[in-house]
Design a protein around this ligand. Structure first.
Ligand SMILES: [Zn+2]
Ligand SMILES: [Zn+2]
Length: 265
């Protein structure tokens, strides 16, 4: 059962999310730039491919000492084979799905790398094509270099974006099961009997309050009270609900995931 969260706690949770967001700002800005770059790199790739198709169709009959005008067909063939293999992955019949997909992906990567390396070799071996058929030669050169660039840059940019997404999940901005460990720890915390004097506030000798549900700890009969390592008290069910979205103590922000068995007696 989920407890309604009092306003003050909601504000605290928001403040801590804001703090994490603020710390992650440089990374978020970098990853936004990375995403824009990825988009531009992708758009340029489409442009480069269209340019090669156009050059092959329009200038394909001009002499070229290497079969550059067939490169777009080879690329298209590899893409078609890749799509077909993914759609009709017969390996799934005899292997477990993950291994089958892995084998297919590796094969497709091998095939496309082979085609790219072959074309790169054509470009290096070509002696006259840059003069006899410059439009085709430079269009294919741009496409092949883009493909190689793409492999390395994408891996790098995706890494940055993955890091930023992780930060957002930690800040509670995006979903995630960050609180799973926290909820697990609540069970191991020290349980305090409802009649224990510990539950009385020494300042005014009134029962302490569970700040999550805003009711007295000792008056809710039948509800278990737990004590965190940071010496704060909550109803067990309240803290478990809190852990669904947070990993730190609602009062002092100390990590609840590291709370062992409620060390103090
Ligand atoms: Zn409570
Ligand atoms: Zn605390």
């Amino acid at each position: 059962m989920r407890m309604p969260m009092p306003m003050v706690l909601r504000q605290q949770a928001q403040a801590s999310a804001d703090a994490v967001l603020q710390n992650s700002m440089p990374l978020l800005v970098i990853s936004a730039i990375a995403a824009i770059l990825m988009f531009c790199v992708g758009v340029y790739g489409i442009y480069a491919y269209v340019e090669v198709v156009w050059a092959s169709l329009h200038y394909g009959d001009l002499p070229c000492d290497e079969p550059l005008s067939s490169y777009w067909l080879l690329t298209l063939a590899v893409a078609s084979v890749a799509t077909a293999l993914k759609a009709f992955n017969v390996l799934r019949l005899c292997l477990d799905p993950q291994t089958a997909d892995g084998v297919i992906s590796s094969f497709i990567n091998f095939l496309s790398t082979l085609v790219q390396v072959t074309c790169l070799q054509w470009l290096f071996a070509s002696k006259t094509c840059s003069e006899t058929n410059p439009v085709l030669f430079y269009a294919v050169t741009r496409l092949v270099y883009w493909q190689l660039f793409y492999l390395f840059v994408m891996a790098f940019l995706l890494g940055i974006i993955a890091l930023a997404l992780r930060r957002l999940v930690m800040a509670g901005v995006l979903g995630g099961s960050e609180g799973a460990g926290c909820a697990e720890k609540v069970k191991d915390m020290k349980h305090v009997p409802l009649t224990d004097n510990e539950l009385m506030d020494p300042d005014d000798n009134k029962p302490r309050e569970c700040v999550i549900c805003m009711s007295d700890l000792s008056t809710k009969v039948g509800k278990e009270v737990v004590k965190t390592n940071c010496e704060h008290y909550y109803h067990e069910s309240c803290l478990t609900s809190w852990c669904a979205k947070h990993t730190s103590c609602p009062i002092c922000r100390e990590s609840l995931e590291e709370t062992g068995g409620g060390s103090s007696v």
